[in-house]
Design a protein. Structure first.
Length: 118
């Protein structure tokens, strides 16, 4: 009976994807595509790191559950701070999803891993 319970429990274990590393990313804005580099570190379900882009460097925070990834950071454009919120799915070395660009709208998001730090 214990063996059956252990097998049943093993069937419910969610395999956690790994996002630690360097990523080349882009997302669509109402004014066209925005490119950036993300440097991510994962500790359990938490993601931290920073981005670099034409707008400078921003701290990034996020979370991961299975293959579902959520990331957010701020950028300053024309003196206005804009919150970027990404929801996506990771598949090996690719994250695909949507980016919400403050109150300016949303667009497609994609990132490709360029380096591995794990």
């Amino acid at each position: 009976m214990i063996r059956i319970a252990a097998l049943a429990l093993a069937a419910f274990v969610v395999i956690q994807a790994e996002v630690t590393g360097e990523w080349e990313a882009s997302y669509v804005t109402p004014l066209g595509p925005q490119e950036l580099t993300m440097y991510l570190t994962q500790e359990g379900p938490r993601i931290s790191g920073h981005t670099t882009s034409e707008y400078g460097e921003s701290q990034i925070r996020g979370s991961i559950a299975g293959d579902d990834v959520k990331l957010s950071w701020t950028e300053v454009d024309g003196g206005k701070t804009i919150q970027i919120s990404v929801t996506g799915k990771i598949d090996r070395d690719t994250i695909s999803g949507r980016a919400q660009i403050g109150d300016r709208g949303e667009g497609a998001f994609k990132a490709e891993r360029t380096g591995r730090d794990h």
